[in-house]
Design a protein around this ligand. Structure first.
Ligand code: ZN
Length: 362
């Protein structure tokens, strides 16, 4: 190769490298609304099998305009939430529960594995995969999850179950709370096609806040949607990961310490089984950052699947301690969409809390 063409080649290679880092990386370079980057919108992977839901998602996609203020973004979200319900032809989201339960065979245990393959009267398939933009911390590692109609998550983790999306694993609290070093990524989860536009709006709103304001980035690492039982495959070997520990199980003290939890397998952190009556079995619920961090010596360690502590309701303070906890504005946005919030539940007489939103039951 001649010297001139070598130089031209190098220049071309450099141009390709620069172009490759624009887009996503453009967001990192300039906090606030980034220039030259295409904002990512949620999609349905099987759009051809649920064309109406995919069309609605396109119609209600959030706006990315230069210099949008918090108020502009809220107004846009409220308008799109109302439009989504109108296009879905529902007043209240619980109507989606009734429409989906109508498809379940009478007498049989309600199961996502069964329902996801069925179709609504207009021909749209029930189970779709939602692809949503999320912020993930540095060193986040992608793990595939598997799903099945099983009583125990271990069966799913060991058997040749079907893949059902993925989660992001981060071991260190320092990475989890280092918002400046987050990067935009994608998450895949299964949901009910009728719920997809609503779920997508919530996830897109959470992502967009971080796009305009890095201090409002929320790392969505594990979002669980439609499923009976799920788990990451067993076989990773021992892992260690950090969470927080508190002075008591039920108080409001924020005196947190970072605890290093040891697990025999990464699947011990990422698994779950939803009760027969859960909206997850219908693809109509979302768990936002669902982990299983209860370990030896860890007291009410968030992110905790279920907590009885009043500190949990101090949403912004908890988010500051561990960014995996949802700040208050996430719940406010969920309410705008018409979702039921954890604080509206009374669970076995306790005030329990876990980061779950859904369409309600009544
Ligand atoms: Zn849930």
């Amino acid at each position: 190769m001649q010297r001139g063409s070598t130089l031209a080649f190098l220049l071309l290679a450099a141009a390709i490298l620069v172009a490759g880092t624009l887009g996503w990386e453009g967001a990192e370079a300039s906090p606030g609304a980034p220039a030259g980057a295409d904002p990512p919108h949620p999609q349905i992977l099987e759009a051809s099998r649920a064309p109406r839901a995919a069309r609605i998602m396109g119609q209600v996609a959030l706006t990315y305009a230069p210099g949008m203020s918090t108020t502009d973004r809220e107004r846009d979200m409220l308008q799109k939430a109302a439009l989504a319900r109108r296009l879905l032809d529902v007043q209240r989201l619980v109507e989606l529960r009734r429409q989906t339960l109508d498809l379940s065979p009478p007498g049989a245990e309600v199961s996502w594995e069964d329902l996801r393959r069925r179709s609504f009267p207009r021909g749209e398939v029930v189970g779709v995969t939602l692809v949503a933009p999320v912020w993930v911390p540095a060193r986040a590692q992608k793990l595939t999850t598997y799903a099945g109609f099983e009583k125990k998550w271990q069966t799913v983790a060991l058997a040749a179950s079907r893949p059902s999306g993925y989660v992001w694993h981060v071991a260190k609290m320092a990475d989890i709370n280092d918002k400046a070093r987050y990067r935009p990524e994608w998450l895949q989860l299964e949901v009910n096609s009728k719920f997809a536009p609503i779920a997508a709006l919530l996830l897109e709103y959470i992502f967009r806040e971080g796009w305009y304001d890095p201090s409002r980035r929320v790392p969505l690492l594990v979002v669980r949607g439609g499923e009976d039982t799920f788990a990451v495959r067993l076989g990773s070997g021992p892992v260690a990961a950090e969470c927080l520990s508190f002075p008591d199980e039920d108080g409001s003290s924020l005196a947190a310490t970072v605890a290093l939890c040891h697990f025999n397998d990464v699947a011990e952190i990422y698994h779950g089984h939803h009760s027969k009556t859960s909206n997850h079995r219908l693809g109509l619920g979302l768990d936002l950052n669902d982990f299983n961090f209860k370990g030896v010596g860890v007291v009410d360690g968030p992110p905790n699947p279920i907590s009885r502590a009043t500190r949990q309701y101090n949403r912004d303070a908890m988010h500051k301690l561990d960014a995996r906890q949802m700040p208050a504005w996430v719940y406010r946005a969920a309410k705008w969409l018409g979702m039921r919030l954890p604080q509206e539940w009374v669970y076995f007489g306790y005030h329990t809390d876990w980061e779950h939103v859904d369409v309600g039951t009544k």
